[in-house]
Design a protein. Structure first.
Length: 470
């Protein structure tokens, strides 16, 4: 062997040893998810409701490569069905190839685990926390389960966690390449779920207020990170106008979802007003399950207490902002602001309680697993993670935990203003796990220090004489 090869092998061995936990959790996560997606829970066995909608929109990209205007295509963000199309078009054999899509979702889930571990290693103050976070993410059932459906949650979670990892690096190291990476990944997340803008906005406010804690985070770096997001927002706005002739940011379902949060109805029917439109309906599973709780336990709070009829019907396009705005105003006028505050409190509670994660909530074999993991999350992770929210107020320079906690503040605000649910919360669960484990570790270390001090007080020091024997 020549010296260059020997040096290369030694460097490779050092790298593998240094990042052994990263390789371990990523490969273990990939193995678990491949088995789930290809053997236990094949994606094409569960093509209904939202999953069918994503697949249909991806199929249209195959059948109409010219991308002709379709009003309904602008109702949802476009990232998920474009991702499906890209995987099946460039890596698979066409729109019927769900095996390659299952592999792609498994890879996304494994990368989510890896970036979760890396983020924990960046922000944790305890060496043993990152491996625990990595192992927890390998076996975390909600991520495994959601990655077995053609949905946006796991790809969005990857964009959230990976962009946050590079954002923390940008804040701590001040390197432009991290700013570009954070911005590009946040822009991709925006195409999947534009709610990422809430986290971006909160981080901007945090930076303005606590700039002294982030001395390496210059304005130029912030602009580097913001540019990809602005470009994607501009393209998304043009796309929406191309499909509908109307102006907006990326999709028209935001105000539609807000109707549920402000009216607490559990279904909306939109009847066609032109031959080109069709009858459409939707009901958010958290409120449907809350209605079932109300039926079983009438009068017990919280229950479904709608501002008007339980099922709202109107004639027109399902995303008509004028009709939806009038519905929201009517519900607020009917209830008053005190009831609206109550709705917001219930919406936040729905992030953890009173509903089982959809789609598993409707499937007999998987519902018990989803219910059990919901209980584990609520009892073991939610409370310490919510305590971790306070890290945003801790005066440390470039503290990554504060940046992580901003995401949890964001989902609380989104739920209060729009709607909550276990599935809506799930993309943020990696942050919740990191915060919860960090709080547990801090408490355990503090208890250990306290016990050591107590023990040392009872041990005579060098040269000291103990009490005389009786």
């Amino acid at each position: 062997m020549n010296d260059r090869l020997v040096r290369g092998l030694r460097a490779l061995a050092r790298g593998l040893h240094e990042h052994r936990w990263l390789w371990l959790v990523v490969l273990a996560s990939l193995a678990v998810r491949l088995h789930w997606n290809l053997v236990v829970h094949p994606l094409d066995d569960y093509l209904y409701s939202d999953m069918r909608g994503y697949v249909r929109r991806a199929e249209l990209l195959f059948s109409e490569p010219g991308w002709s205007p379709r009003e309904y295509d602008a109702f949802y963000p476009f990232g998920t069905h474009v991702f499906i199309y890209a995987v099946q078009r460039f890596l698979g054999q066409g729109p019927e190839d769900f095996r390659v899509l299952g592999i792609a979702y498994a890879v996304v889930g494994a990368l989510l685990t890896g970036f979760g571990y890396l983020l924990a290693r960046r922000v944790s103050h305890h060496r043993f926390v990152p491996p625990l976070v990595g192992v927890a993410l390998v076996t975390y059932y909600p991520f495994i389960a959601l990655g077995g459906y053609v949905l946006s949650e796991v790809p969005f979670a990857l964009c959230l966690v990976s962009s946050t990892y590079f954002l923390v690096r940008m804040a701590q190291d001040g390197r432009p390449r991290d700013a570009w990476a954070a911005g590009v990944l946040a822009a991709l997340g925006f195409t999947l779920r534009p709610q990422i803008l809430a986290s971006v906005g909160l981080f901007g406010v945090y930076w303005l207020i606590f700039r002294k804690r982030l001395p390496r985070l210059r304005l130029s770096l912030m602009l580097h990170a913001l540019l990809p997001l602005l470009l994607m927002a501009a393209f998304s706005s043009w796309r929406l106008h191309y499909h509908t002739g109307r102006y907006g940011l990326i999709s028209e379902n935001g105000k539609f979802n807000q109707v549920f949060g402000r009216c607490h109805n559990n279904k909306i029917f939109a009847l066609p007003d032109t031959p080109q439109r069709r009858r459409t309906s939707f009901g958010p599973p958290p409120l449907i399950q809350l209605a079932k709780r109300e039926a079983k336990l009438p009068g017990v709070w919280p229950g479904l207490d709608p501002a008007r009829e339980v099922e709202i019907t109107y004639t027109g396009y399902i995303g008509d902002s004028k009709i939806l705005g009038e519905l929201i105003d009517d519900c607020i006028a009917r209830t008053g602001w005190a009831k609206q505050i109550e709705y917001s409190v219930v919406n936040v509670m729905l992030l953890w309680r009173y509903n089982v994660m959809w789609p598993d909530s409707g499937k007999g074999p998987w519902r018990p697993f989803a219910r059990r993991w919901g209980i584990i999350h609520t009892t073991g992770l939610a409370i310490p993670a919510l305590l971790g929210l306070l890290s945003v107020f801790v005066r440390r320079r470039a503290d990554g935990l504060a940046i992580v906690s901003l995401h949890l503040w964001a989902i609380l605000a989104i739920a209060a203003l729009i709607l909550g649910g276990v599935r809506f919360r799930s993309p943020y669960d990696a942050f919740i796990i990191i915060l919860a484990f960090e709080v547990y570790a801090t408490v355990l270390v503090a208890i250990g220090r306290f016990l050591r001090k107590r023990l040392m007080r009872g041990v005579p020091g060098p040269g000291e004489v103990g009490p005389p024997s009786p």
